[in-house]
Structure formats: structure tokens, C-alpha cells
Design a protein around this ligand. Structure first.
Ligand code: AMP
Ligand code: ZN
Length: 665
């Protein structure tokens, strides 16, 4: 008689062997014996479905088909990392840190694994779900595929928190990658380009059995959650290791930037000895308290810095220069290259940025050029090999007319790029603007994608974003790949976008230089579109952090009859063109003109809530104390040097309570 205890014992045993083999690299039984035990477990589970366990070692072999990966919003946003390329960059970073935190700073140095980032959520020691980074806010749920990766524990050991997120990089070790390619070549299939793309592509395979066949690994580097009882990055790594995760031993705790540089130099020399690819080193402020003090910019933590190894270079022939038109009309010249292998990928195109750059380097078609790949996806041309210039070579003449609509290009004083001024009729601009309007951070129109927009424009169903709101199901149904359901979703998605708040609508309008942050500022200051419409350049530049370039761009946008009419139409359809009543109710101007620095730990509100309160009431939050600071709001555990600095500068230090009372008054 098979009991549940017996099954669980077998599962535990297999888990331990798996751990010995994949994490410790120290197997204690033969592969054959392991397979025998696994087969036994499979047989028992098949006969006893009542003892099913989603995290059983048998789940690693795959067998799940996922047709659509579900989108999941991350509990904690997955930020990007700031990059540095030199010692000076790192020293500047250190200076910025020292301004914002007190006391000694230690750093954890880690390798920057080159793969696909992954967020794993564990609940009560079991893997709950695995989600790709996506855009940082939300990603795809790929749990079934990730379960097949042997270095991802399905059941944790030791003293783990009841629920937490852990982040890592899914990588494909070089040896495994080469072996996969050998097989592909033997089967007359195109070899994969590089380990990184193959790793990230694997995560989105529909059949998890296929994923199970690939020798993927997951290397962990960060834990997120509440009440974790972890004080430092390095401690977090050690704890993760003790719970059964694979955390590379190369991570090192150091005491100075000099030691950071030593670590970097060492790994720049020795990186090819590692079993997997790295593209640099990640340096993190070790203390989590200091990390918290430093916080985040819009894109990345202030407490971490990636150091990218020097880019690799190759030379190749530039076949042709073509020109692309962006959604704002900006022209980007593109170098079409003789395909060449560079840093693990095949490069066919490179960005040339603008006319000046072409002129400066005297880049010509037919030239042999040096191409470099830094952190960015599109490589760039850094030099021309003049010795190899063909005799019949002619200097590049930059285009004078838009390649898409034939309009004469313009170049605004002091700007590097040429523009096509035919904003309302140049096809890539028309399409690009609508694509921006519907994008996730803008109107987030579900059921409508970039390709459908292009199709709708091509079919003359829409020619600007206001037209979207007059589309009917009958109109879109005949389109390619449209079905009853998808047409319905599209129309519903558009309808639902009428609830998107004013600040995002403002961003969606696609005013040049008005990004998310600027849109927020403008929405907050002007409260509704009519106020903004009549604002002068002078008036606009008086708004905090709005410079002349942005101000002029806003004025220019609303001086166009076409733009004003689009906005009027959006208003008539019920799109939000003013700040919502609730938001308005919670906002005042009582802190107007005052800059606050917030430091320490607070009792009644979190540090972020405090910052939000300051901003909602018209104040500004500064990141470090300077003569421009008006008040320092001091919480518990604020460092002594911050206090000393505020005192020397004569800046009033107030408590959380003082501050909250100020708001009530
Ligand atoms: P980037 O994509 O260049 O902004 O770099 C950020 C990415 O680096 C993160 O999303 C991670 O996927 C990856 N990464 C690799 N190794 C590490 C590490 N040790 N710590 C943090 N991030 C890492
Ligand atoms: Zn054009």
C-alpha cells in the first residue's frame, strides 16, 4: 500500500539529489539510479492522482502546453540599471552616494550575468510563479517553463520568509549552447545566434517539454519582500543560497571603490574562464538601510551601478545609407552593413545618429567601417578605415526631402536632427503618433496593437488619434486577422481608455519633449487642458522644471489648428482632459516654493508616502541637503552627518509630526 508519506519521502530524496547535482555540483548517486527513482515516482503519481503536487520533482520534465502567456503585474517594479564605463564614472557615483547617505559605504560586487531577467515568487517555500521582466511593471507568466529549470528550487529548505520575490537571470551556459548548436547543424537547422537570445527565447516556448531539454540555469541576485529580516545585499545572497538557490560564489563584499575596480579588472581579464557569459559587473551599496535612503530615479536604483566591459569592435563594409522617419518627424540615418559577427550576434545595421556625425567621420557608402557594440541594441559606427576607401567613392550627401512623403526637411537651430514638418500627413508620423497614443504608458488601449494601427491608417479608417473614438465594430471586422471577438475587444478597449487620467492623456498627445514626468508636472500645475492651451512660453517656463525647449514645444503644439481640433474632439468623446476631482481634493499649494529633504525611518507614514504628500501639496523633494533645502524632515535613524550639515547651513530640522501638523494647518 503506497502512502502519502512514502511519496513525499521519495520526493524529498529526489529533491536532495537534484540539489547536490545542480547547485552543489556534487552528486552522490549515479544518473542511472536517479532516473530509476524518478521513474518510480512518476509511476506512483500516475496511479495516485490524489497525491498530486504541482512542485513535485517530476514536474521538471515538462509536459505543459501554454498557448497564451498571462500578463502579471510585478509586486515590486523591476528597474533597469545605470551604466558606467570608467573609473571616473564610478567615482562620480560614489560622490553622489556620499552626499545622500551617512557613514561608511560597503559595496557588494557581482557579475552581470547575460541572460533574461526573471522574477520568482515563493509562498510557504513553494514556487508560486515565475514572471519575465517585461517592461519592468508587468511581464509574462512562464511558470510551467521555469519549473523545468533544475537550478530553480520548487521547494525551499531552511528558514525562509513566508512570501517573497527573488530575482535572477536565466542563462544558457556556453557549453550547453554549443552542444545545442552542434545538434542543430547536424539536423541541417540554422544555428542559434547567441546564448542570451536563446535563453530568453526558451522562456516563451509553448511546450515546456522542449524547455526541459535545454540546459538552462537560473542565477539569483536579489530578494524583495516585506519583513524579510535581511540587513544587507550580501546577507541576502547568503540567505538565498541557504534556501537552495544557485547564487554564484564570485560575489564579493568590498569596502571601497578601489576594491570595486580591482574586482572589475580581475573579471574583465578572467571572464572567459566562466562557464557562462557576462557583460560586466554590478556594484550595489551593501546596506539595505542606505539603499533605502538612496532610493530610485525614474529608471534605476541610485544604489546600484552596472559596469559594462569594453565593447567589442569589428570592421565591415557599409553598403548603403538609408533614412528612417520617426513619430515626431525626426530623421535617423541608418547604415546597412555587410553582415558581420560581433559580440555574439550578427550585425546588419548600425545607427548613424544624424548628419553631423556622417560629416564628421566622412562616412561614405562603400567604405570599410569599424562597428562597435556597447550596451545598446543597435551598434554604432565609430570610425572609417580610409586606407580601404574605393577610388570612385563620393562624399555622402544628406537627403533634403523626406524619404516617405517628399516634403522638404527642416533643421531647427541648435538641433542635431533634421525633421519632416509634414506632421499630419507623413505616413510614419501619422502611424507613429497613434501608436504612441495607444501605448501602455499612455492610453493603454487593450486589444489594439501597433500593427493594427498601421493597418487602420492604411485602410483610411483613421488618420489621427481622435478618429479612434469614432471607429465601429463593423468598420474593423473586415480587416485582416480580425474576428468578431477581437473586433469587440478593440472597440471596448478604446471605450475604456476614456477613464485614463489627464496626466497620461497629456503624455499620449505626443507633444515633443513632453515625457511622462513632464506631463505629470503640467497636469498638476494647469489642472485642465484649457489652462494649458492658453499658457504662454513665459508662463510655462515659470512652472518648476519646465525649460524653454519644452515650453516652446508645448506652445507650438497648441498653435496648430489640427492639434487643437484633435484635442477638442477628444474632449467631446469624454476623454479625461482635466485632473480628477478626488485628486484635486487631496492637492494644495501650501508647500509651494519649498524644498524638503526626507531622511530616516518614519512611524505614521512611509518615506514614499511622505514624499508624495510633499509633492501633492506643491512642495519639492530634494535628494540631498544643500543651500536650496528649506526643511529637513528627520525620522528615526537619520545619520549624524546629515544632521550636522543641516545645522551648519541653518536648515530647520522638523519631525514627522511637525510636518503633518503643517499640512493640517
Ligand atoms: P540593463 O538591462 O542593462 O538595464 O541591466 C539590468 C539587468 O541586468 C537586470 O534586469 C538584470 O536582468 C541583469 N543582471 C544581471 N546580473 C545582475 C546582477 N548581479 N544584479 C542585478 N542585475 C543583474
Ligand atoms: Zn515626411
Amino acid at each position: 500500500m503506497i502512502t502519502e508519506e512514502y511519496i513525499n519521502g521519495l520526493r524529498d530524496e529526489l529533491r536532495q539529489h537534484n540539489y547536490n547535482y545542480y547547485i552543489l555540483d556534487n552528486p552522490t548517486i549515479s544518473d542511472f539510479d536517479f532516473d530509476q527513482k524518478l521513474k518510480e515516482l512518476q509511476a506512483i503519481e500516475a496511479a495516485h492522482p490524489e497525491f498530486y503536487d504541482a512542485n513535485s520533482p517530476t514536474q521538471r520534465v515538462g509536459g505543459t502546453i501554454t498557448k497564451n502567456f498571462e500578463t502579471i503585474v510585478h509586486d515590486h517594479r523591476m528597474y533597469s540599471l545605470d551604466n558606467s564605463y570608467s573609473k571616473d564614472d564610478l567615482l562620480d557615483w560614489e560622490k553622489r552616494i556620499k552626499k545622500m547617505v551617512d557613514g561608511e559605504v560597503q559595496y557588494t560586487c557581482e557579475l552581470k550575468y547575460d541572460g533574461a531577467s526573471m522574477n520568482l515568487t515563493y509562498e510557504n517555500g513553494k514556487l508560486l510563479r515565475a514572471v519575465t521582466r517585461g517592461d519592468g511593471y508587468q511581464g509574462d507568466e512562464v511558470t510551467a517553463n521555469v519549473k523545468t529549470i533544475n537550478t530553480v528550487p520548487l521547494q525551499l529548505k531552511g528558514d525562509f520568509p513566508s512570501r517573497f520575490d527573488i530575482r535572477g537571470e536565466i542563462i544558457l551556459p556556453i557549453e550547453g549552447f554549443l552542444k545545442m548548436n552542434e545538434e542543430r547543424v547536424a539536423n541541417d537547422e540554422e544555428p542559434y545566434r547567441n546564448p542570451r537570445n536563446t535563453a530568453s527565447g526558451s522562456l516563451k516556448l509553448q511546450d515546456s517539454t522542449e524547455v526541459a531539454k535545454r540546459p538552462l540555469e537560473c542565477l539569483l541576485y536579489s530578494i524583495k519582500g516585506d519583513n524579510l529580516n535581511i540587513q544587507s545585499q550580501f546577507e541576502g545572497l547568503e540567505k538565498a543560497r541557504s534556501w537552495g538557490f544557485k547564487v554564484p560564489k564570485e560575489a564579493k563584499l568590498v569596502n571601497s571603490i578601489d576594491e570595486v575596480l580591482e574586482y572589475i579588472n580581475y573579471w574583465d581579464q578572467h571572464r572567459h574562464e566562466l562557464p557562462y557569459e557576462i557583460d560586466g559587473v554590478v556594484v550595489k551599496v551593501n546596506s539595505l538601510f542606505q539603499q533605502d535612503e538612496l532610493g530610485f530615479t525614474a529608471k534605476a536604483p541610485r544604489w546600484a551601478m552596472a559596469y559594462k566591459f569594453k565593447a567589442e569592435q569589428v570592421s565591415t563594409v557599409l553598403n548603403e545609407i538609408t533614412y528612417q522617419v520617426g513619430r515626431t518627424g525626426a530623421i535617423t540615418p541608418v547604415a546597412n552593413l555587410e553582415p558581420v559577427q560581433l559580440a555574439g550576434t550578427i550585425v546588419k545595421r548600425a545607427s548613424l545618429h544624424n548628419a553631423d556625425q556622417i560629416e564628421k567621420l566622412d562616412i561614405r557608402e562603400g567604405d570599410t567601417v569599424y562597428v562597435e557594440k556597447g550596451g545598446e541594441i543597435i551598434p554604432k559606427i565609430i570610425a572609417v578605415d580610409l586606407n580601404q576607401r574605393p577610388i570612385n567613392s563620393v562624399p555622402t550627401e544628406y537627403i533634403g526631402e523626406c524619404p516617405e512623403c517628399g516634403t522638404e526637411l527642416q533643421r531647427i537651430e541648435g538641433e542635431a536632427k533634421h525633421y519632416c514638418p509634414n506632421f499630419n500627413h507623413c505616413p510614419p508620423q501619422v502611424i507613429g503618433r497613434i501608436q504612441h497614443f495607444i501605448s501602455r504608458k499612455a492610453m493603454d488601449i487593450e486589444g489594439l496593437g501597433g500593427e493594427t494601427v498601421a493597418l487602420l491608417v492604411k485602410e483610411n479608417l483613421i488618420s489621427n488619434y481622435a478618429d479612434l473614438y469614432e471607429l465601429t465594430k463593423e468598420q474593423v471586422l473586415p480587416l485582416e486577422r480580425m474576428a468578431e471577438k477581437s473586433a469587440e475587444n478593440l472597440i471596448n478597449g478604446i471605450e475604456k481608455s476614456k477613464e485614463i487620467p489627464f496626466e497620461r492623456v497629456l503624455f499620449a498627445l505626443g507633444i515633443r519633449y513632453v515625457g511622462e514626468t513632464v506631463a505629470k508636472k503640467l497636469a498638476k500645475h494647469y489642472k485642465n487642458i484649457d489652462n494649458l492651451l492658453f499658457a504662454s512660453t513665459l508662463d510655462l517656463t515659470n512652472v518648476d522644471e519646465i525649460g524653454e525647449r519644452i515650453a516652446e514645444s508645448v506652445v507650438e503644439f497648441f498653435s496648430s489648428e489640427a492639434n487643437r481640433s484633435s484635442v477638442e474632439r477628444l474632449k467631446s468623446y469624454g476623454v479625461q482632459l482635466e485632473i480628477s476631482k478626488e485628486k484635486l481634493a487631496n492637492q494644495t499649494n501650501i508647500l509651494q516654493g519649498h524644498t524638503y529633504v526626507v531622511s530616516g525611518v518614519f512611524e505614521t507614514v512611509s518615506r514614499n508616502e511622505l514624499k508624495k504628500l510633499i509633492e501633492d501639496n506643491g512642495g519639492k523633494v530634494g535628494s540631498s541637503i544643500s543651500s536650496k533645502t528649506n526643511f529637513l524632515v528627520a525620522g528615526d535613524k537619520m545619520g549624524p552627518s546629515k544632521r550636522a550639515k543641516a545645522e551648519t547651513l541653518g536648515i530647520p530640522i522638523i519631525s514627522e509630526l511637525d510636518f503633518l501638523n503643517k499640512l493640517k494647518a
